[in-house]
Design a protein around this ligand. Structure first.
Ligand code: PLP
Length: 394
């Protein structure tokens, strides 16, 4: 048998799905596991949105749509991003996709040639680096350190830019750390991107899940609209992960090419899903605010609880729904600790290194889970650490 294309060896993955599979295998053997590994809201999709989707199926919205999406949804998205970011955007700038992930895929495919460089947050969502490598470009990690509240160091970012750098990927609020890009950093990004002629992919999927500070979009800085791809979607804000609905707002030169990539890959996003999206944006269901309130309460509990465990310290995430505790004092590598917590304590979470080398010494716990499960997970981790750690001497 002839081998697969060499690019397949460069394709990474999202460890969350691997840990989930391991956890499910343990459950099949009778072990009880608390799931803090996958980043998806545990809430149901708001009823009005589900009803709109069901009505759309009944009304015959079950055929292909234009590749870039239905005009009503593109218009609703343009209105939404204008309102939330204060930047002019037209329906024709929007491309709707099955989830927000394909926006990464398409933007990277459309922009990077072999040998180009892309600056990617480290730690950061693993798909960025995976896709950059897949297309044969080089990943240049931008360290996000706890001492900078998981923001980046401007001088360090400037040093990483070379004549081959074509793309800068940003994510605020940030997965896995919960850090945000503030106004000062946003201005610095705009200056560097314009001086060094970079494209920017601004992943703002958690823009509505913010508990401290103010949401600032690098897209909204003067001069950035023309060089920034804004990525956002419905999975997190509206608890719609399984519907698969996301979008990008693109600078004009990318629109035709990315629309063709949609035509070449998925043709379009499911029609009834798009109709449900119109309902979500135009009549914003009351459950959205309630979900955010519950995430805020869970955040309080999990961060306080982690900080009560000897050997663990946890910074307060400003947004998203992840805790990123520092576990360095426990003396184990993140991957080993992650494995042992799953097998011995029955708590599934992710090693910080699933998000890049800078994640060593951290774990990622998703608090998109009930307060009762969070309490139980904290008890289990606390008990495990009391029995096995802190093992500072190792
Ligand atoms: N961007 C970040 C930072 C994420 O964490 C996720 C999902 O986990 C996505 C994008 C993709 O979301 P979607 O479900 O819309 O594809």
């Amino acid at each position: 048998m002839r081998p697969l294309a060499t690019r397949m060896q460069r394709l990474g993955t999202e460890t969350a799905f691997e840990v989930l599979a391991k956890a499910r295998a343990l459950e099949a053997k009778g072990k009880h596991v608390i799931h803090l590994e996958v980043g998806e809201p545990d809430f149901d999709t708001p009823k009005s949105v589900s009803d709109a989707g069901i009505a759309a199926i009944r009304d015959g919205y079950t055929h292909y749509t234009p590749s870039a999406g239905i005009p009503e949804l593109r218009a609703a998205i343009a209105t939404h991003v204008r309102r939330t970011r204060g930047v002019p955007a037209e329906a024709s700038d929007v491309i709707v996709t099955p989830g927000a992930k394909p926006i990464m895929f398409y933007a990277i495919l459309a922009l990077l040639d072999e040998g180009d460089e892309a600056i990617v947050p480290d730690p950061g969502f693993p798909i960025y680096a995976s896709m950059v490598q897949f297309v044969g470009a080089r990943v240049v990690p931008l360290p996000l350190r706890e001492e900078n509240e998981f923001g980046f160091d401007t001088a360090e970012l400037e040093r990483l830019v070379t004549p081959r750098t074509k793309l800068l990927i940003l994510n605020s609020p940030h997965n896995p750390t919960g850090g945000i890009i503030d106004t000062r950093q946003s201005r610095e990004i705009a200056r560097i991107a314009q001086e060094r002629d970079l494209w920017v992919l601004s992943d703002e999927i958690y823009s509505e899940l913010l508990y401290e500070g103010e949401f600032v979009s690098p897209w909204a800085q003067p001069g950035m609209r023309e060089r920034t791809i804004l990525l956002d979607g419905f999975s997190k804000t509206f608890a719609m992960t399984g519907w698969r609905l996301g979008y990008g707002v693109f600078p004009r030169p990318l629109l035709d090419g990315v629309t063709k990539l949609v035509t070449n890959s998925v043709s379009c996003t499911a029609t009834f899903t798009q109709r449900a999206g119109v309902e979500a944006l135009e009549r914003r269901p009351h459950e959205v605010a309630e979900m955010r309130r519950q995430f805020a309460a869970r955040r309080e509990r999990i961060i306080a609880g982690l900080n009560e465990i000897d050997g663990i310290t946890c910074a307060w995430p400003k947004g998203a729904f992840y805790a990123f505790p520092n576990v360095k004092q426990l003396g184990l590598r993140s991957a080993e600790l992650n494995e042992r917590l799953l097998n011995e304590a029955g708590v599934a979470c992710l090693a910080g290194t699933a998000f890049g080398p800078q994640g060593e010494g951290y774990l990622r716990l998703s608090y998109a889970n009930s307060l009762e499960n969070i309490e139980e997970a904290l008890r289990r981790i606390g008990r495990w650490v009391a029995e096995h750690g802190p093992v500072r001497a190792r």
